[in-house]
Ligand binder design. Structure first.
Ligand code: PMP
Length: 310
């Protein structure tokens, strides 16, 4: 069993309403969430803020916070956005913001004991951070079609980022790696394209940007939503609809999107190569990067500054 981690964690974590050192942020072996996946999480990249010393910036934090609050609601927990935002501010202020990192808030069933249920179970909010570079190559990734089908919303609330559902992501990602691919694409139970292991998918065909609609058992990604908004402003035609597997293979361009992934172009589905030229992907990637790195005043409100520690 691999026990050693190469991850570099931020020095402070938030747990049980307090800032503690990362090493002291521990849970019991009997923690409910550990056994049953009864937790919901968010993931945000924390960027430095060159225009304000001692500050960091988050991309559309209100959307991430709202999604976490709604994911918790799907687990029967009421945690209002203001509470999550306050905890995030405390966490950011307790950690140095010198280098970009990834922040992981988790609303988890912290109660101890046996019984897979959501009522009469105590929950807590924890937050930790880990240094993170690129998650997937921005030069191009190869994808296989997963032999695992994406779950169905009638079995699990897939509109939430619920921890338990990520067993299926882990199976798909490891299967892809064992077959020599970088990523896996899930089909849903109707055999239509859903998404990657933990990212949304787009294709470009005849200058139209196409992505599976939000009723295709996908997670409603915040990057996905932002890309659709950028594309529409750029007068790129967009379609949110059912997508067939053969459309991916015959796409002019394809890419994966997510907070960790950002935009990762796809160069191959199974044995089928995609064209090397990616004009629409490049255009959208440039626009998103300009917004994130504040090189343009467009969508200035998407990047929100918070006080960082030293
Ligand atoms: N789908 C899944 C299953 C994910 O875990 C993620 C990552 N949060 C995404 C899509 C992309 O979502 P976002 O752009 O909000 O990070």
């Amino acid at each position: 069993m691999t026990t050693k981690s190469n991850n570099q964690f931020l020095p402070k974590a938030y747990m049980q309403g307090k800032i503690v050192s990362f090493e002291d942020a521990q849970v019991s072996v009997a923690t409910h969430a550990l056994h049953y996946g009864t937790a919901a999480f968010a993931g945000m990249r924390v960027y430095d803020d060159p225009s304000q010393l001692g500050h960091v910036r988050l991309f559309r934090p209100d959307l991430h916070i709202k999604r976490l609050s709604q994911s918790a609601k799907l687990l029967g927990q009421e945690i209002v956005p203001g509470t999550i935002r306050q905890a995030i501010s405390k966490f950011l202020a307790a950690n140095p913001g010198a280098e970009p990192y990834y922040m992981r808030p988790l609303v988890y069933a912290s109660a101890l004991g046996i019984a897979p249920r959501l009522h009469d179970v105590e929950f807590d909010l924890l937050i930790y951070g880990v240094k993170m570079g690129g998650y997937l190559s921005d030069k191009g990734v190869s994808c296989c079609f997963s032999s695992w089908t994406r779950g169905e919303d009638r079995s699990l609330p897939l509109r939430g980022k619920i921890s338990g559902t990520y067993v299926s992501s882990a199976l798909a990602k490891t299967e892809a790696a064992s077959r020599g691919f970088d990523e896996a694409v899930f089909l849903n139970s109707s055999g239509k394209v859903a998404e990657g292991s933990a990212m949304n998918i787009f294709i470009v065909k005849n200058d139209t940007l196409i992505t599976p609609s939000i009723t295709q058992d996908i997670l409603e990604g915040i990057t996905r939503r932002s890309i659709l908004e950028i594309a529409r402003e750029q007068a790129i035609k967009t379609e949110e609809r059912e997508v067939d597997r053969s459309e991916l293979i015959l796409a002019d361009e394809a890419f994966l999107t997510g907070t960790a992934t950002q935009i990762a172009p796809i160069n191959k589905f199974e044995q089928y190569d995609l064209p090397a030229s990616r004009p629409v992907t490049s255009r959208i990637t440039n626009h998103l990067n300009e917004i994130i790195h504040k090189k343009s005043s467009v969508h200035g409100d998407w990047m929100v500054s918070f006080k960082a520690g030293t």
